[in-house]
Design a protein around this ligand. Structure first.
Ligand code: UD1
Length: 423
């Protein structure tokens, strides 16, 4: 069955929702459950396709995984397999974060090159180099990678780019390595911090998370753990961008403003006002949408690449010319062509990694295709603000990361339904 969203646009967004648990925090935690050789309980897990894929992979590796509501229990005590099945590597590129945990636990791992994806090339050289520095060796054929180690040993790893996944792999490979690991120019994303807090709750000794220098003192063993996943800052940002493009006022519960400062700054520049109390962010669009002269994506704490497409959708209706520079994933401008089908005016200069968005007075409903997760969410936002009916097809991309998107949006006054068509 193929699924699609049907949206009747042009309604203002009003109300409040509690945001789902974070996708990018929970996936590495689930991978790290391999390390404790026991029971891992994670609460506030979003029931999204990527989580289902990770559950499948863990079961294939021999884990017993139980799902009760938003609580996932993983028993890795009896697991024995070291091969990440090829089918799942294709479905979920972030299965690569199992490399570190499997090498640590079994001293060997087999996986497959993830290949390109719809938002760019996504190589894994930084993952492999970091693991080699910890004592792993890799051999590979055209599509298969085999990793081996006698013993992982702590080392100093300096990343040329603060890759989120490679930092997480290096941390997970180091927690039970012999000696101390120092990661320099590591990723500072809140999801990396969450992983470190989770591992420390399991008995690891990690410090410096949230800064670019992370220190891991190897321990001989970890223990069972119960941990509550944080809210998803990207889903929160998507809804906030929705309030900006549709007009209205929303309250989003479950994220800290500190984790979204660049997004909130950008939304303020478009004419929104916001404030926050505890873990609730309140945003109201007060003025007609204003353009942003120059928005540049960057690793945390910069403007997140995962919010770029949603902001592009917002800026299509701004009163003037905006530019966005995408410095992290080269393929993230593909959604511009779909937005154009709705009447947006966007010029892409791929070699300059730059999009110029000439604001238009209105968007018109059309049939558009989700090409990737966040690009798909951006098309939904555009549909919510467009005149008439919009169909967003290929929704499986969106369902990889949004647990109950249509329901959340309906609770905020939107007219959106997730439908299925026979193939
Ligand atoms: C994670 C997030 C994703 C987010 C991204 C950047 C998860 C599950 N996914 O993806 O939502 O968009 O961080 O914030 O957490 N690179 C290399 N070699 C490597 C690894 C990465 O060149 O070995 C490059 C990538 O091609 C890309 C950049 O580094 O251009 C950033 O990638 P990275 O931070 O690794 O993203 P992911 O961990 O894949």
């Amino acid at each position: 069955m193929l699924s699609f969203f049907k949206i009747n646009g042009k309604l203002p967004m009003h109300g409040g929702i509690k945001v789902q648990g974070s996708k990018n925090a929970v996936l590495p935690m689930m991978a790290a459950s391999v390390l404790n050789k026991g029971i891992t309980v994670i609460k506030n897990v979003p029931m999204i396709l990527d989580v289902c894929s990770m559950i499948h992979i863990l079961r294939e590796l021999g884990c017993v995984v139980k799902v009760e509501g938003d609580c996932v229990t993983i028993d890795s005590s009896q697991m024995s397999k070291i091969e990440i099945p090829e089918e799942w590597v294709g479905k979920m590129r972030s299965s690569i974060i199992l490399l570190g945990p499997l090498l640590s636990r079994f001293h060997q791992v087999k996986t497959f090159f993830p290949g390109g994806c719809s938002i760019g090339k996504r190589p894994i050289d930084l993952h492999l180099t970091a693991l080699e520095l910890l004592g792993a060796t890799f051999t590979h054929t055209e599509n298969e990678i085999i990793g081996m180690t006698k013993q992982l040993v702590g080392n100093e790893i300096t990343f040329s780019f603060p890759s989120v996944g490679a930092t997480e792999n290096a941390i997970m490979a180091s927690v039970c390595a012999k000696g101390t690991t120092i990661i320099k120019n590591g990723a500072r994303e809140p999801e990396v911090v969450q992983l470190c807090l989770f591992l420390n709750a399991m008995g690891a000794k990690i410090s410096g998370m949230g800064t670019s220098t992370i220190k891991i003192q190897g321990v001989t063993q970890l223990h069972d753990v119960e941990f509550t996943n944080a809210g998803d800052r990207i889903v929160a940002a998507t809804i906030l961008a929705g309030a900006a493009i549709c007009g209205g006022e929303v309250f989003i519960e479950g994220v800290k403003k500190e984790h979204l400062l660049y997004v909130l700054d950008a939304l303020e520049a478009t004419g929104c006002q916001w404030d926050s109390k505890g873990d609730v962010i309140h945003l109201k669009r007060c003025l007609p949408l204003k353009p942003i002269k120059q928005l540049v994506t960057a690793p945390y704490p910069g403007f997140p690449t995962d919010c770029q497409s949603q902001m592009m959708a917002v800026l299509t209706l701004a009163n003037g010319v905006s530019t966005i520079e995408e410095t992290v994933f080269e393929g993230r401008f593909n959604t511009a062509n779909e937005l154009k089908k709705m009447g947006a005016d966007i010029i892409i200069e791929a070699e300059k990694k730059r999009a110029t968005i000439l604001g238009v007075k209105k968007l018109t409903g059309a049939t558009v295709k989700a090409l990737d997760l966040r690009g798909g969410a951006a098309l939904v936002l555009a549909g919510l603000a467009a005149d008439g009916v919009t169909y967003v097809t290929d929704c499986h991309h969106i369902l990889r990361g949004y647990a109950h998107f249509a329901e959340d949006l309906r609770n905020l006054g939107m007219d959106i339904t997730l439908l299925e068509e026979k193939q």
